[in-house]
Design a protein. Structure first.
Length: 655
């Protein structure tokens, strides 16, 4: 019995083992089938998809930034170029701790904390594959030290990169502007505009002037390198290269020699000058003084230089030609005279008594000449600059009639010049005062408007534009600084003149006012300055008050602080028969118009029309014109002229 029981137990155990083996076999076969099915799915059905993903992990696209376009003057002289410098670059994928890498570089090159902060921002915006610059413009000694120690500096590279350079320093700096490193605000703006992809791999963008206004042309489009990377993200080799499209070269309307001469003529004084070719609207000189060196901003201005520029009481960062607004003073009188003639408020022979003041109720508006000029007609009022004549005229016309006539000339309006951030200025009207001050216009506020004071506030660009329009017989041409652009490998594209709506003027009125302006330079307030000129120029001096003087007080320049003295202004065009240049100039706190502003205008005319330098050439240095520094300007970029509608003003005789 015992043996039988043992046999039965053994058979039962055997059956259990067989069932377990069968279960294991079934499970093994099922698992194998599942693995085989999964393997078939991955290796056969999804083969193409996973192969593409593997390639994406192995291959990366590294952006290659374009070369920025050059900026040249109308004669082909370089104003902004690109120069190669060595840069210290770090590949984020090849080191673990930035602090350790910077510490390893200590003693070889000085890396400032702000360089490290800027590098961290670059890492955030990159794919961590391409090397990123941490310090620019290395010296030869620094390059040699780093090269000798590269074996112990993983991820450290030295590369030659192109950097923006302004070879003439502070010359025309407000016009050219400058570039700077792309900020977070720049990236957000580009992203909102859908332009961020154009700046892949780029570190700089235009910040002011032409560099900013024509950023779209100058920047170009990036290319990319297709590279193979390791599992650690290190670039192994370049598979293919797609070159960038470099930016377009820009030829400006500016004559850099004329620009240089004009800036030196200010001789350290504050002010601005804009010179325009009337027939085309091309800006020949665009001056704001004092200026600054745009090279300071290219790689990030240092705190000391930034503080010095910001705290300078002369405000060198202010573009006075574009954004400074000033009362025009007596330079407004020729336009007031045209307003009187065109509206019928005055006839050429009408006389106004000028006892040296204009009395309105209990208030006396004083003339610059206390004894007055006696009986004055319109011609004489311009030649001798009679304030009393224009006090009375402005009172009779009223501010709204003056506003309606002056608006088409561009006073108190943006001219549309191809620079960003142009100031509007103020051309007062009763509606403007109600909107600005919630007050009605008072009749007693009108007389000061007639002599270019009161609420009048215009830019020097607006004054030059209006003067060019007068020289053009009443046909405004939009001022412009770009003459032509040229994409890499393409032909130059000339910018066409942009005429505005003609101002309806009677030619005899234009001739009458022009004759009076000629007499200003021949017998009037600027006769000494233009004595012996070999051409005929029409001009008008202006003196604008900075502070008010009480009625019982007399202006004494010796008792007034320098920054409270009158501004010196002058507007003119020449030659009268066929104007080639029109300008407006202001010398802040320079006094009488013929004292500071008119001599600058005379020297500009002499140089532009006759190629003559001032008699005293001491200190005058013009930009070099070596052939190696000049780019060819195609022949089809000769000045484009648009005929004025009215007959050119003819010179008149003395009265």
């Amino acid at each position: 019995m015992r043996v039988t029981d043992d046999v039965n137990q053994a058979l039962a155990n055997l059956r259990k083992i067989r069932r377990r083996l069968l279960l294991c076999a079934v499970l093994s076969i099922a698992g194998g089938a599942l693995l085989l099915a999964r393997l078939t799915y991955l290796q056969v059905l999804r083969h193409d998809d996973f192969q593409a993903q593997a390639e994406d992990n192995r291959i990366a696209l590294v952006p290659v930034p374009p070369t920025r376009g050059l900026i040249l003057d109308r004669n082909g002289v370089l104003m902004a170029e690109n120069i190669a410098y060595y840069t210290l670059e770090l590949a984020p994928s090849r080191f673990s701790r930035l602090e350790q890498t910077v510490a390893d570089l200590a003693g070889l090159v000085d890396i400032a904390p702000r360089d490290v902060r800027r590098f961290r921002r670059l890492i955030e915006d990159s794919r961590r594959l391409e090397p990123l610059p941490i310090k620019s413009r290395l010296t030869d000694e620094e390059v040699a030290k780093i090269a000798a120690n590269r074996y112990r500096l993983p991820g450290v590279e030295i590369r030659a990169r192109l950097f923006r350079s302004y070879p003439h320093g502070d010359l025309a700096s407000h016009l050219i502007g400058h570039i700077g490193r792309i900020s977070q605000a720049d990236r957000k703006r580009l992203d909102d505009a859908g332009e961020l992809s154009r700046y892949l791999g780029a570190t700089h963008i235009g910040k002011a002037g032409i560099e900013q206004s024509y950023e779209a042309l100058l920047h170009g489009r990036p290319g990319y390198d297709e590279v193979e990377v390791s599992a650690a993200g290190r670039v192994m080799r370049t598979l293919s290269r797609h070159p960038p499209v470099n930016g377009s070269d820009l030829t400006l309307t500016i004559d850099l020699k004329l620009q240089s001469l004009t800036e030196q003529l200010f001789n350290g004084r504050r002010g601005a000058l804009v010179a325009i070719e009337p027939a085309s609207g091309e800006v020949l000189a665009f001056v704001s003084q004092p200026s600054f060196d745009p090279n300071l901003f290219v790689d990030g201005i240092d705190p000391a230089s930034w503080q010095a520029l910001n705290e300078d009481p002369d405000k060198p960062l202010l573009n006075r030609a574009l954004r400074g607004t000033y009362p025009p003073g007596s330079t407004y009188k020729p336009f007031m005279a045209l307003a009187a003639l065109e509206t019928g408020m005055r006839r050429p022979g009408d006389l106004t008594a000028d006892p040296g003041y204009f009395q309105l109720g209990e208030h006396r508006f004083r003339d610059s000449r206390p004894e007055g000029y006696g009986s004055v007609d319109l011609h004489t009022s311009i030649v001798v600059s009679s304030d009393t004549y224009y006090y009375k005229l402005a009172y009779d016309m009223g501010v709204d009639r003056i506003h309606s006539f002056m608006k088409p000339w561009g006073f108190g309006q943006r001219t549309g010049i191809d620079l960003d951030h142009e100031a509007t200025g103020i051309l007062p009207s009763s509606e403007w005062k109600q909107r600005r001050f919630r007050q009605k216009w008072l009749p007693g506020e009108s007389p000061s408007i007639g002599i270019g004071q009161g609420y009048n506030a215009f830019t020097i660009l607006q004054l030059a534009h209006a003067t060019a329009t007068l020289a053009n017989g009443g046909r405004p041409m939009r001022p412009r600084l770009l003459r032509a652009s040229q994409a890499p490998g393409g032909p130059p594209e000339r910018v066409a003149a942009d005429p505005g709506e003609p101002i309806p003027l009677r030619p005899e009125h234009v001739r009458l006012v022009t004759r009076a302006m000629v007499e200003v330079n021949r017998l009037g307030t600027s006769r000494v300055v233009f004595s012996g000129a070999e051409y005929q120029a029409a001009g008008k001096t202006g003196t604008a008050q900075v502070i008010g003087i009480r009625q019982n007080e007399k202006y004494d320049v010796r008792k007034v602080a320098e920054r409270h003295r009158d501004h010196s202004l002058f507007v003119a065009f020449a030659p009268v028969a066929s104007p080639r240049i029109a300008l407006a100039v202001i010398v802040e706190n320079g006094g009488f118009g013929a004292q500071a502003a008119a001599p600058i205008a005379r020297a500009v005319f002499d140089f532009h029309l006759l190629e003559k330098l001032p008699p005293d050439r001491a200190g005058i240095r013009l930009p070099p014109m070596d052939e190696s520094e000049i780019r060819d300007v195609p022949e089809d970029l000769e000045p484009e002229r648009v005929e004025a509608l009215s007959t050119p003003a003819q010179p008149g005789g003395a009265r």
